[in-house]
Design a protein around this ligand. Sequence first.
Ligand code: F6R
Length: 579
Amino acid sequence: MCGIVGYTGYRPAACIVVEGLKKLEYRGYDSFGVATKRNGLPIDCYKRQGRISEAEKAASMLKGTMGIGHTRWATHGVPNDVNAHPHSDCRRRIAVVHNGIIENYAGLKRGLIARGHCFSSETDTEVIAHLLEEEFNGDLVQAVQAVLPKLSGSYALLVMAEGDDRIIAARESSPLVIGVGDGEMFAASDMTPLLDHTERVIFLEDGDIAIITPGNVRILSGGVEVSRNVELIDWTCGDAKKGGFKHFMLKEIFEQPLVFSDTIRSVGVLPEGLARCNGTMVVACGTSYHAGMVFKYLLEEACSVPVRLELGSEFKYFTPPVTELVIGITQSGETADTLAALKKAKAHNCPTLAITNVLGSTVTRVADETLYMRAGPEISVAATKSFIAELAVLMQCVNHLSGGKFSEEIFRANRAIEEVLLLDLSAAVQACNIAKHIFFVGRGPFYAVALEGALKMKEISYIHAEGYAAGEIKHGPFALLSPETPVVAICMPGATYGVMVSNIKEMKARGTPVVVVGAAGDDELADISDVYIGLPNGGLMEELLMVTVVLQLLAYRTADSLGRDIDKPRNLAKSVTVE
Ligand code: F6R
């Protein structure tokens, strides 16, 4: 949550920082700000509430070849001009941008006020600027080193000060990447703002302080200079552009056939911990949790290996007994709850495996082993291609563990995804976009897909949507069924087909409009549904992928028909780095 960018070099810093912040807006977009510095002159600062696009010209006008910036997802203090970062000390000689939460800020603030400091904002971050003010006597590194031990919580920080020509970066439990250029250096919360400028990056580790000048980066850890690898990134700047699509979300949905096949091909020999496990536990949040749920159904069915599934946010505080491999699934690799769960699993001496999309992300350092998905940068806040990539990794794992039973199916599944991309969903959209509430129902692994469909619908259309196991809906939610509350029912051929048909008829008997997703050519199902979406034949894995894509598109087209801000839904941020 929140994105930070820094630049020092020979080009106008404000433009580079603003462009970078625009790429990080998916991490938070309620306000933004930039500060720049010219040799010997006071720091210039521009910050305001709202989207960058509303004021990027003014922000880009700041002069100087060194700058830092921030795009915010409010945690402490409402989104307004004053609470926007950068934050400064009393004399405005220091500028700080911060991603994370300073948990002990209230006590620190009381002490600073007692010592005569005046605060402008309600944020936790501002204490850092005032603490630095007390320590700064021309050497910003020494001041940062003196202040960091006083902070508890999480931070990725960029700091500049009048009278010091360096940007100081520091990291503790919040991601921070340095981009290495020629005669210029960059820093950012993640790689996306760097893609336009360099492919060489350094991932800072917890406790690192980086001292950044145009020609050099020095990194200190525990007061000692350390070396960190310069890594090459294989994402391109084209990956982070809309490429003619109306929204990133639509572009990302259309990338899914390729993402699926790239990821399937990239998963080679299974990590040892997984290859020899007799049972496993999955921890994850949101969409990634739903991928874990699909995995549970598939692995238990195909290999009789028990899979326990836990929400990252629950696991840390209510840890069930675990001895087996713990798998953390996280697109960003930075979700605080999933990281906390994995750390707890490690404290219990459990082997851990991360499944993530982001090279060098925190989870790759927490877990013993990592499997990467190949989704490329996902810019839209709503996860789509990363879900498909998670499924690709997990389906390939099931395939390996079952001795290759599903090889044929998963290697052709990209074509199944392609086939449903162009389905006409207009009748289903019309049934949904007038509703205030929608139920999504399915059974078995399709229950997981129903949960994911409901999550997509609610987060981008703002229509209240609930995913339910189809058999459970008559144990209470039936009271809510009415002609105004459509149900989207997943009814694929197989063991649950008959009982799903009965469920649909029961719902129809309550006057509920039902949109059914089933197999093409199923006349009985088409007859009993108000809107029927028929999918091509396929195996179970192909069906799961096709239904997922249909529900993503249904959510997208419904939200689009309502004119929603699809890539940046209200109140959300993509990377949830606070617990
Ligand atoms: C929903 C969505 C979120 C994320 C969740 C976990 O569209 O994007 O529910 O899935 O915040 O994020 P990661 O996978 O990065 O841990």
